[in-house]
Design a binder for this molecule. Sequence first.
Ligand code: ATP
Ligand code: MG
Length: 580
Amino acid sequence: MRLSKYYIPTIKEDPADAEVVSHKLLLRAGMIRKLTSGIYNYLPLGLRSINKVAKIVREEMDRAGAMEISMPMVQPADLWVETGRWDYYGKELLRLKDRHGRDYCLGPTHEEVITDLIRGEISSYKQLPINLYQIQNKFRDEIRPRFGLMRGREFIMKDAYSFDKDEEGAEASYWGMFEAYKAAFTRIGLRFKPVQADSGAIGGDFSHEFMVLADTGEDTIASCKSCEFGANLEKARVKLPEAKPEPDESNVPALEDVATPGAHTVDEVCNFLSISADKLVKTLLLTIDGKPVAALVRGDRELNEVKLRNIVGGNEIEMADEAMVREITGAPVGFAGPAGLNKDISIFADRELCMSTDWVAGANKGDTHVRHLALGRDCTIERYADLRVIEPTDACPECGKPIEFTKGIEVGHVFKLGTKYSESMDATFLDENGKSKHMVMGCYGIGVSRIVASAIEQNHDENGCIFPPSIAPFEVVLISLGGKDQDVADKAEQLYTEITNLGVEVAYDDRKERPGVKFAEADLIGYPMQLVLGGKGLKNGIIEAKCRKSGEKIELPLDGFTEAFTSWRAEVWEKWGLNL
Ligand code: ATP
Ligand code: MG
């Protein structure tokens, strides 16, 4: 490809509305352009990179036995009503009507469509398992579309769906996809980690997110410095310290009210009473699908709502509003406590609260707290369970060694769905004994366009992108510094042909630009390999070769160029930990 004839509208200055580096660089390198909030045009270079990601993903899906299909983006509402998600999915679902007034949505994901397809096609265990995937535009009306390709409203996803006849089969399908994801992300050249994620009602170890490790990531991962453990914060179990005996409550003085005028928050109460936050029980009132529950955690801890919801059961979890707090506690917000709550409400307590007694808590009266609370004596706890968010000072829940928090970008998600959709949509098959059963499903997503952004988040410097060779829009840029020197131009032409004939994608900078401009753009776009031919080099029989990742420059001989280039190319791939 000749840059003199190619469309790469680079921008010198950082665009004002781009916050993260990948967004800035994708715009500056002329790879994407915004149409409207969260919706982008992919320009030639950007699309090349996206297509390369898609190709690797496709190859790994095919290798794992999944088959590519393409499902419509416009989906009839009826299917979503069947699964209950027409209401449940909320505002991220973009809804539209046709000329007859019938409801549709733009697909944010395709469980409904695929289950509808399969229930019409598959009727016998002999046709299972089956795993189908597509690579396609998705639409989600994200509340905060931002960061360019990182969180768009329209974006490209690979989504796969597996159908099995039993749990065992579904688990094999799950781990098959897990391995395929590892293979794909490794080939792309990303530094990544699969982490445990919440699998909701399914339970077990059957949801993993694949995180690209980057400081700019929106997600926080708890991972062990010594073992393989990694989990997102929603999921991460908290390890209790070595078991202590149940606290002896017999010596705890009687419950006593203390006036705490104006002290609502944990900090205010602790300051007022001169105690540390770990002496206080924090009482949180929430609703799960409209039904109120109370959750207790130590004053210095944070409730993990996902853990609470999984223990109680249900879907939608929300903090109780002011009116409900008054109804449950008989007091204004800020004074709830477990002793003397409205009897109808179940109280769930974090396990850590078993480790001690004689607490301070809200008194369910305005401007009042209680001292000397003994949970066993003064209230009825429905259940003690792991309810809090893990903290960096916690020990690894698997091996007990120190953990650390790191930032990550979710680029993939594997999930065992079980029979959630096959039951609600009645996707059944006849088993070996002629008995009708629901298929056991899994779903598996990869953010194809997000991967391009996250590769840049992970690999860039002050001059621009540093693309892994596997997904660079072009692997090599060949810069001709001939100016009016026809010999240089002729030689560059010849090298361009030679490299192209090797099957290597090369951007040939044959433009009449100043060298400085050519170098700056080559760095900005981030071609992994740069070749620079000038008059002096030609005279000395060499061409300069620069690896964008390491910055290393070497000279390749023009005589025997093909061999020298081929071995240098292999070295550059190796620097990325990649095989050619
Ligand atoms: P997130 O928590 O980031 O919103 P999600 O849990 O909604 O992601 P999934 O439904 O599992 O995502 O979708 C599969 C993959 O699609 C994600 O792992 C991510 O890489 C990608 N993805 C999801 N939402 C977006 C988006 N708005 N823009 C770009 N990629 C996205
Ligand atoms: Mg999302």
